[in-house]
Write a protein that binds this ligand. Structure first.
Ligand code: NAD
Ligand code: FE2
Length: 377
């Protein structure tokens, strides 16, 4: 690396109760007809109502789209875009996990243009303009509030990414009080996803840089020190705060130093077997870390030291595998219905995700990918 660039969301407010200040943000951005993108789970959990009440009290009337689907399918994203157009939205708020935030990004991008979603998969193809966009994450998490990516499930069960600088939101509001009701299973899956963002950013082959490295290390420290605490007691607000900040820092890191083989192998599991994103990552994490050891040893040793272990690569891999094994979620691909006969398709689909595989510290061949899935079976 001889030089680097770094981009992130320009404005971040991290404070308990901050979501109730949404109206101030929207007013400051000149948004008068906000369109809130969320899902039914968030409405049911009572996360949305207080925010709408605070907006109403401030004289802001928002349209709400609460039909976001997990790992958003194209049709669900386009339904949200149509609803935003119908509502005459002049700004978009994503409120929820990565599925809601990613849908909100694409609504803000597509509501005002005639570009079709399938035409903008890949890097740098979106034209814009996009509507003003504020993101309020409720999982910790994808870090989508500070990334330039939105992930969609295509009709043929692939997970494809829209990558564009236009997708960096204008502002992110982090309010840990929104996350205390997140169930243990979702807490575990999303927390492991955030840890993977930090690890893969730190070992990213081409674009890792001093800023992304600092963020990845700080993220991993926070996430590793607090993930067991939030599983043990979801109402532990300091630990929830630390997880949300860890997820933010990991997102900032991997937006600039992209993720690699764990994510490339996870996407087909999510696409074909509809496993949640964090779980898909967790199931292949141990095998991929062990596979990467010969190439990433010194970096894993640095990460071991960062989380308080001896600076030893194998110790790092063992600790991450042990931590994942403690999480309240499935531990083997076979528990999702994956069988030996599916491994060729999974490996084939993973090889399509070259956008990410090129960042892996060790080259992954088709045979390697199949062997990694087999190890995770
Ligand atoms: N854009 C990016 O940078 C990026 C990065 C990683 C993953 N992703 C994508 O993000 C999506 C996954 O997002 P996710 O893992 O955050 O899950 P999610 O958004 O799919 O949410 C999972 C479930 O948790 C519930 N939930 C969320 N917050 C809650 C809360 N505070 N209280 C109670 N329930 C709550 C939701 O209702 C939902 O049922 C995938 O599509 C993945 O590909 C995007
Ligand atoms: Fe991820």
């Amino acid at each position: 690396m001889t030089g680097f660039s770094f981009e992130t969301t320009p404005r971040i407010l991290c404070e308990d109760g901050a979501a109730l200040k949404l109206a101030e943000f929207l007013n400051g951005m000149g948004v008068t007809r906000p369109f809130i993108v969320t899902d039914a789970g968030l409405v049911g959990a009572g996360v949305v109502r207080p925010i709408l009440d605070a907006l109403n009290a401030a004289g802001v009337t928002a349209a709400v789209f609460s039909d976001v689907l997990a790992d958003p399918p194209e049709a669900s994203v386009m339904a949200a875009v149509a609803a935003a157009r119908d509502a005459g939205a002049d700004g978009v708020v994503g409120l929820g996990g990565g599925s809601s935030l990613d849908t909100a990004k694409l609504v803000a991008l597509l509501a005002g243009t005639d570009q079709a979603l399938p035409d903008i998969y890949g890097i740098g193809l979106a034209r814009g303009p996009r509507l003003p966009l504020v993101q309020v994450p409720t999982t910790a998490g994808t870090g989508s509030e500070v990334t330039n990516i939105a992930i969609v499930t295509t009709p043929d069960d692939q997970k494809k990414g829209v990558v564009s600088p236009l997708l960096y939101p204008d502002a992110a509001i982090l309010d840990a009080t929104l996350t205390t009701g997140l169930p243990p299973r979702v807490t575990a899956m999303t927390g492991v996803d955030a840890m993977v963002h930090a690890i893969e950013a730190y070992t990213s082959r081409h674009k890792k840089n001093p800023v992304s490295d600092s963020l990845a290390v700080a993220a991993l420290k926070l996430l590793h020190a607090n993930i067991r605490r939030v599983i043990a007691d979801g109402s532990d607000l300091p630990a929830r705060r630390a997880m949300l900040q860890g997820s933010l820092l990991a997102g900032m890191a991997f937006a600039n130093a992209p993720v690699a083989a764990v994510h490339a192998l996870a996407y087909p599991i999510g696409g074909i077997f509809h496993a949640p994103h964090g779980l898909s990552n967790a199931l292949v994490l141990g095998p991929v870390l062990r596979f990467n050891l010969p190439a990433a040893g010194p970096l894993y040793a640095e990460l071991a030291a960062a989380i308080g272990l001896q600076p030893d690569a194998a110790a790092f891999v063992d600790e991450i595998a042990a931590l994942t094994a403690e999480m309240p979620m499935e531990q083997r691909l076979s528990e999702l219905g994956v069988e030996v006969q599916h491994l060729d398709r999974l490996a084939h689909d993973a090889m399509q995700v070259q956008r990410l595989l090129i960042n892996n510290p060790r080259e992954v061949t088709l045979a390697d990918a199949r062997a990694l899935y087999e190890e995770a079976l």
